[in-house]
Design a protein around this ligand. Structure first.
Ligand code: ADP
Ligand code: MG
Length: 325
């Protein structure tokens, strides 16, 4: 190898906020023809908001108490929305306080700070309500959560997660807001209703995908989210190949399936659930805002978590290989 060329490239790379694990990482980029991209947190902001719920305030309170134990973007959306929905219900004094804070957030001038204090209040209300009554908490990777709350068995997550456990989940598909991620709730084996959350594409995601295409690369959207939510994002960004409803252990299978077709695959992701696929890809690219597991499994880390760094990194390594040759 030519150490100078690599030093030049890693210098330019770190300027751009692209960290490369070693020369081998760049080597593999030469042949990449397919870029597989995770949706949530990679192409979208990963900051989710509640867009609707069918639950009663009391049931929503139970859901929020369960989600307060999770780090998932979905959990944040549910917990943030709890003060407004639960109101003066079982969450008590802290929720009352946050309801008045929530009302203040309709004034445009005070939006930022009102939102922050609403978030703090919602964290307090959940904490107050929770006490020690949430036990046997379990995070079901790529599916949802379960725990015992006030002696009841509570399960929340993908509708299929509930169905797999013998719970009938029925709803008209036209009741789902376009592109929403669905959170189904069951208490003691009884389906209680759906809640909907969504986030938005990152501002530079479309330009990044366009650039990958103009570099001659094909793109694939890979997500644990439902097909409709995936398709809304894929359509907006111009990605034609979509793999949705993929369980965390299934992501690596999709990568090896594409490799089996003779494709050389770069995988871009941010989550613990992406780690195996990142490691299995010919080139693993992690978002800097993501989990340590994703970065550890990757060859390249995008410090700025900006999708436009993906084509930048590919151009960078192509140039570097040009120098080495
Ligand atoms: P992604 O591939 O979009 O990052 P994950 O593998 O983390 O998704 O999760 C897959 C699906 O599992 C989510 O779209 C959601 O339906 C469900 N899920 C995961 N975590 C939670 C949670 N804390 N609460 C509710 N549902 C969840
Ligand atoms: Mg993700």
């Amino acid at each position: 190898a030519t150490p100078t060329a690599l030093a030049v490239s890693s210098g330019r790379g770190s300027q751009l906020g692209i960290l490369v694990s070693g020369p081998e990482a760049l080597e593999s980029t030469r042949s990449i023809d397919t870029v597989v991209l995770d949706k949530t947190g990679t192409l979208t902001t990963g900051v989710m908001r509640l867009t609707g719920t069918e639950l009663s305030p009391a049931d929503f309170d139970v859901l929020a108490r369960l989600e307060s134990r999770s780090e998932h973007p979905i959990a944040r959306a549910i917990v943030d929305a709890a003060p407004e929905i639960v109101g003066t219900g079982s969450a008590g004094a802290a929720a009352t306080e946050s309801v008045s804070t929530g009302a203040a957030s309709t004034e445009p001038d005070s939006m930022g700070s009102a939102e922050d204090s609403a978030r703090a209040a919602s964290a307090r209300s959940v904490e107050t309500a929770t006490g020690s009554s949430v036990t046997e908490f379990e995070n079901i990777a790529g599916g949802g959560l379960r725990a015992t709350i006030d002696g009841a068995e509570v399960l929340a997550g993908r509708p299929d997660l509930l169905r797999e456990r013998g719970i009938a989940v029925d709803y008209p598909t036209d009741s789902i807001p376009r592109g929403a991620t669905i959170v189904a709730l069951a208490i003691d084996g009884q389906f209680r209703g759906l809640s909907f959350v969504s986030d938005e594409a990152k501002p530079t995601a479309k330009a990044a995908i366009d650039e990958l295409h103009s570099l001659g690369l094909s793109t694939v959207l890979l997500t644990g989210d439902n097909a409709q939510a995936a398709e809304v994002v894929a359509e907006a960004l111009g990605i034609t190949e979509v793999r949705a409803d993929v369980r965390p252990e299934g992501k690596v299978s999709v990568v090896s399936e594409l490799q089996g077709q003779g494709r050389a695959v770069a995988m871009v992701g941010d989550g613990v659930n992406d780690a195996a696929a990142l490691a299995g890809a010919d080139l693993g690219i992690a978002m800097g805002s993501g989990t340590d597991a994703a970065m550890a499994a990757s060859d390249v880390t995008m410090v700025k978590s900006d999708p436009q760094q993906i084509p930048q990194a590919i151009r960078l390594s192509r140039r570097t290989l040009g120098l080495i040759k």
